[in-house]
Design a protein around this ligand. Structure first.
Ligand SMILES: [Fe+2]
Ligand SMILES: [Fe+2]
Length: 220
């Protein structure tokens, strides 16, 4: 393979591996968010339905990336939570990992619930801008399957931040604090300028041995 083709193939592999991690993290974390939303807003069926749709979309995105790898006959690279935007964000705001997030405490504390809505809103807005940029990338545009996946993601993305933004506005809460926007910016920069190149260069990064939707310990 010539160096240019090798660069392109590694870049797409790393990118898709980081995406499948984030999609999986997304829909599994949204199960916890749904639990909190159902308990916190039982009289707001529209909001609950919107979060359910958000969860279903992220699951669909995960499946598209899984199919992408299945057709190539290989597994995604095994990245860890240092590659997860939402992982970093939750850690910064709540000082714990997603798995340690106490759903009951969030349900009981209006401020924490509000904060969780803001974190999801900012993460999804970031995701939307990111996919718009990726769709202008010539390497991605030249990979028909990946381009198609990102087009679907782009189309779904507005439905992922708007429900939380509307909920915050409807309830008279601030839609984002400058500290949170700053955190989101830094997390994104670190992922793009440090994490992605690090995985790209680390030839010893293993591949997943099992699919995370079938094996909860796949990323462990
Ligand atoms: Fe997604
Ligand atoms: Fe999304």
């Amino acid at each position: 393979m010539n160096p240019w083709a090798a660069f392109r193939s590694r870049f797409l592999d790393v990118l898709a591996s980081i995406y499948i991690y984030n999609e999986h993290r997304g829909y599994t974390s949204l199960d916890r968010v749904l639990e909190a939303v159902r308990a916190r807003c039982p009289d707001d069926p529209k909001f609950i339905a919107e979060v359910e749709k958000h969860r279903a979309d992220e699951h669909k995105h995960y499946r598209m990336f899984r199919r992408y790898y299945e057709l190539q006959g290989r597994m995604p690279l095994k990245v860890d939570r240092t590659c997860g935007h939402i992982d970093h964000f939750i850690q910064r705001v709540f000082r714990c990992t997603i798995d340690e997030l106490d759903t009951q405490a969030i349900v009981a504390d209006p401020k924490a619930f509000e904060q969780l809505c803001r974190v999801i809103m900012l993460t999804e807005q970031r995701g939307m801008r990111q996919v718009e940029i990726l769709l202008t990338n010539p390497h991605i545009r030249s990979d028909k399957a990946l381009k198609r996946i990102f087009e679907v993601v782009e189309k779904d993305e507005p439905d992922h931040y708007l429900p939380y933004e509307r909920w915050l506005t409807r309830n008279g809460r601030v839609t984002a604090r400058w500290r949170e926007r700053w955190a989101d910016y830094w997390i994104h920069k670190t992922l793009m300028l440090v994490k992605l190149p690090a995985v790209f260069l680390n030839r010893s990064t293993p591949r997943l041995a099992s699919w995370p939707d079938e094996d909860a310990a796949a990323y462990a």
